[in-house]
Design a protein around this ligand. Sequence first.
Ligand code: 5GP
Ligand code: SF4
Ligand code: MG
Length: 460
Amino acid sequence: CGVVGIWGAPGAAGLAALGLHALQHRGQEAAGIVSHDESRFYQHKGLGLVGDVFGDPRNIAQLPGDCAIGHNRYATTGATLLRNVQPLFADFEFGGLAVAHNGNLTNAQTLRQALVKRGCIFQSTTDTEVFVHLIAISLYATVRERLIDAAKQVKGAYSVVCLDQDSLIGLRDPLGVRPLVLGKLAEGGWMLASETCALEIVGAEFVRDVEPGELVVIDKNGVTSCRPFKNTASRFCVFEYIYFSRPDSQVEGRSVYQARKQIGVELAKESPVPADVVVPVPDSGVPSAMGYAAESKLPFEMGIIRNHYVGRTFIEPTDQIRHLGVRMKHSANHSVLAGKRVVLVDDSIVRGTTSRKIVDMVRAAGATEVHMRISSPPTKHPCFYGIDTPEESKLLAATHSVEEMAQVIGVDSLAFISFDGLYRALNHVNRSEAAHRYCDACFTGDYPVELVDREGRLIA
Ligand code: 5GP
Ligand code: SF4
Ligand code: MG
């Protein structure tokens, strides 16, 4: 998901909508904004892209005020229904509160059962609503204290923005699995966003990352910060670098684009192959293919053309549509591929269905050899922290060796970046030096946050 927050800027909802548009890659199922003026809260939500929901200026006009938060939904829990669309808004004894969350709680079901027993009535099936109920029943007085109280009970990944009548609040989980940044608007006012690309679109200046385990409160006195949790080493999601973040964003002070390109350089050093041309699977494979081509001194060509009017295929719900989506999305550029030995570069292999179709297409266009190079290690485990990977049995790498995967996909050779190569590209010596700083559980199975619900199900 993508989240934004705007504080102290006229037309806040319009700025939030622009921020959400820049974060569209983080979620395409639904979008919503809650705004606040001196007197009350306003909300508008809908299914679809930001442009579908907020393209009509009347929808922004009904969201007055100088403060707003917004959310792009990428379903990892709960069905795609309007009542699951965030921000969630609730009226409490202390006033209204809107909450938007990126990430996934690993003890949401366990907490939800306990809350339902206590009489809480859930309106949605999202894990985010657990937060709202924990805030509601907290015995603390202020919103800030109640939010901290709730955060101490949840486990998992959460970058949260909240809006009450007096403040905009941002909170990152103690491990900082998902990103969250703070920016300053040119005309005065503050902004929170999942990625720096959302600051860029409205001309806001990047101030800094909200730090793992940090709570920032923005109100009429400016920005204050506190650290409610015990100090732990952070574990940022390495897949944000590989795939999820937009390449023009900066995370932890590093350009995502440069990181991806450098992974391509390392990949070429580790797994060279005699070939005529390097071709990315667009868009996600482009920067690493550029790095691969530069390092291997092979020409870089757009041998596959992407139709940009189709969403990311994996966000479509059914397998049938996912297959269809692939054909709708990519086509072969015969002039580049015919008679060539091709190195295809992509960011990841999940189910293998996209890759297989693309390889077939490249061969049908006349490629004499197809060698696939992947800028992540094999995806062997599901993510429980906010990325919608399928269950383990559907992950090709969970049940196949690299040689077997090459056969299934139909390539002459297949290689993945090594763990050490990946972390070298991120300026570390090797994985063991970097492992305590990142989550890479979908590749290693080393889950940094306890999987409470899952363990519970196993016992039951
Ligand atoms: P596959 O060959 O595994 O079907 O798809 C690999 C390609 O699709 C990659 O380019 C990757 O960016 C994207 N992709 C497909 N399915 C998923 C998914 O379930 N999760 C993620 N993170 N990426 C996917
Ligand atoms: Fe990121 Fe993978 Fe960890 Fe999920 S399991 S947070 S995708 S590194
Ligand atoms: Mg891709």
